[in-house]
Design a protein around this ligand. Structure first.
Ligand code: GLC
Length: 571
């Protein structure tokens, strides 16, 4: 299937390439546009897992200089902000999510000077940097924890959650770690237990202690001074625990680690966390920064809470409910989009370093490339901010370990074979068709899949019908069309079981998006009078149709299996 991209967009691409530096520089300094939108509402975010993006020193692990070397690629793709998952010093038990120093760079990724150079080069290209902020816990190798565990009298003792056991070597209560086993570990130094929602090497900080809040807020100030534009807040759901340590209700059955199922009633989403987010937001506002939340909400009401009653908490709580729509179901997507669209400024994510890649989640094994474009056509044209995951734009697949002994992610070893861990979605970025996909000439820390031969940047740049070219065109449109940037969302033909379609309307113009989620050709008819458009035709902007007309009739719009049609409608 080839991608048709209308001439005007191609010309635009050229003009944008010539003028983009001054344009983007101007955009960075104006924090609110005429429609009241802030920079992050127009930005396309891109998540980089630094271990796997680009290896500049060929030790098999990606690094900051590797990222810097790929900034032109990201700029050409249409990325405005990169979120780098933790690159701070860390024993790497949880591959960086166990931070031992919040104000430095792990030597395996480079130095602070490398970070400054990355920041400077990114800024020259109008790309902002978002750091990952792990606030629920530190590494057990962090100086704060080392002090805390040293004695009950240490001034940092209360920076973590220490409790007596229940006699007979029993932990203080029945809480379980989300990574398997009890959430408490006994420490013989002082004869008490400490709490860890994740691995035992990740002790939870005590957010009821104001000194912890101050120290952690100061970390954000330190990075703001270095030029970062915001943070992705890790695991915000679990910041607080019930002070009385009430036992959690046990549910029927067992989980993939063999533990009893449990409702995390007393150690998750406690109301106190909203106070922290409100105060952290004030610090962010002083720095024109954005806070993105890793928010695993059960429903839209919970998601709504993360924006704050007065919009004073997270600007961008991630909508993971969207990632839970694991099939090509127009009805399910419609329902989910309507919910989040009414809750606040939506944040759309298809996959990340913890979630199986969208290429395999939605792919049917035969039309995966078409379906990858279809999904791009969805999350990059909705009202809201998309966060891409590296490699999505080239159709990277999951490469799950085949044998337990190959697993790197500890949960994949504890939970094998039910839980294979997250290695599969964290494999090296595929830059070309050479050995190791051009990621490294050393031995990559994770193996690249066989599909890297065809699905890589260099090969796809040469193919006008590739997934990568589709993403590039789509992102160009997204930046160019006011209706895609600013427009309201209107669901169309809401009872159609096969085709998801909607209108993004801004003033006198609109963009129509038609996504065929079925394996058969569909004919659609649109009446846009209710939205104020009487025109009977749409001007094609971008489509996967083989040889589309520049203009199509709205009363009989044919769309091929898994096809995307995006057209402009004017009054
Ligand atoms: C978040 C991260 C995940 C990590 C966990 C513990 O969920 O995305 O990768 O393992 O927090 O820090």
């Amino acid at each position: 299937m080839r991608t048709h991209f209308c001439l005007d967009v191609r010309i635009y691409t050229l003009l944008a390439a010539i003028f983009s530096y001054p344009l983007l520089a101007a955009a960075q300094s104006a924090s609110v546009d005429a429609n009241g939108h802030q920079w992050w509402q127009h930005a396309v975010f891109y998540e980089i897992y630094p271990r796997s993006f680009a290896d500049s020193n060929n030790n098999g692990i990606g690094d900051l200089n590797g990222i810097t070397s790929k900034l032109d690629y990201l700029k050409d793709l249409g990325v405005d902000a990169i979120w780098i998952t933790p690159c701070y010093p860390s024993p790497q038990v949880d591959f960086g999510y166990d931070v031992s120093d919040y104000e430095n760079i792990d030597p395996m990724y480079g130095t602070l000077a490398d970070f400054d150079r990355l920041q400077e080069e990114a800024s020259k290209r109008g790309i902002r940097i978002i750091m990952d902020f792990v606030l629920n816990h530190t590494s057990d190798q962090h100086a704060w924890y080392k002090e805390s565990r040293s004695s009950k009298e240490n001034p940092k003792r209360d920076w973590y959650i220490w409790r007596d056991g229940k006699g007979n070597n029993q932990p203080p209560n029945n809480w379980l770690s989300t990574f398997g086993g009890p959430a408490w570990k006994f420490d013989s130094t002082t004869g008490q237990w400490y709490y860890h929602y994740f691995y035992p090497q990740q002790p939870d900080l005590n957010w009821r202690n104001p000194a912890v809040e101050k120290a952690m807020f100061d970390v954000t100030r330190w990075w703001y001074k270095r030029g970062v534009s915001g943070f992705r807040l890790d695991a915000v759901d679990t910041l607080f625990e019930d002070p009385d340590l009430k036992n959690n209700p046990i549910l029927p059955g067992r989980n993939k680690y063999g533990d009893p199922n449990m409702e995390d009633k007393y150690n998750k989403k406690l109301p106190e966390l909203h106070g922290v987010l409100q105060r952290l937001r004030k610090v962010a506002d002083e720095n024109d920064a954005v806070l993105i939340g890793e928010t695993w909400t059960k429903n839209i009401a919970e998601l709504r809470e993360y924006y704050g009653a007065h919009g004073n908490e997270l600007q961008m709580p991630m909508d993971f409910l969207f990632t839970r729509v694991d099939k090509l179901s127009p009805a399910e997507f419609r329902k989910q989009i309507a919910g989040v669209d009414s809750a606040g400024w939506p944040v759309y994510v298809l996959s990340n370093h913890d979630i199986v890649r969208s290429y395999v989640r939605y792919g049917d094994g035969k039309h995966n490339d078409q379906i990858a474009k279809l999904m791009a056509g969805l999350y990059l044209t909705l009202r809201g901010t998309p966060i891409m995951y590296y490699g999505e734009e080239i159709g990277m697949t999951n490469n799950d370990p085949k044998r337990k002994e190959d697993v790197k992610d500890p949960i994949g070893r504890t939970g094998w074979p039910k839980e294979k861990g997250r290695d599969g979605e964290r494999t090296p970025m595929q830059w070309n068709s050479s050995k190791n996909a051009g990621f490294t000439v050393g031995t990559p820390w994770l193996p690249v899949p066989a599909s890297a031969i065809t699905h890589n940047v260099q090969t796809e740049l040469k193919d006008p019908g590739s997934i990568l070219q589709f993403y590039r065109h789509l992102l160009t449109l997204r930046h160019r069309e006011p209706a895609l940037r600013e427009g309201d969302y209107f669901a169309l033909n809401e009872s159609d079981p096969n085709v998801l379609s909607y209108l993004r309307k801004y003033k006198n113009e609109a963009v129509l998006v038609v996504l065929n989620m079925s394996g058969s050709t569909q004919t659609q008819s649109f009446d846009l009078a209710k939205q104020g458009f009487t025109s009977s035709r749409a001007n094609t902007l971008l489509t996967t149709q083989p040889s589309p007309a520049e203009e199509l009739s709205l009363s009989k719009l044919q769309i091929e299996p898994f096809g995307v049609y995006i057209g402009k409608v004017t009054k």
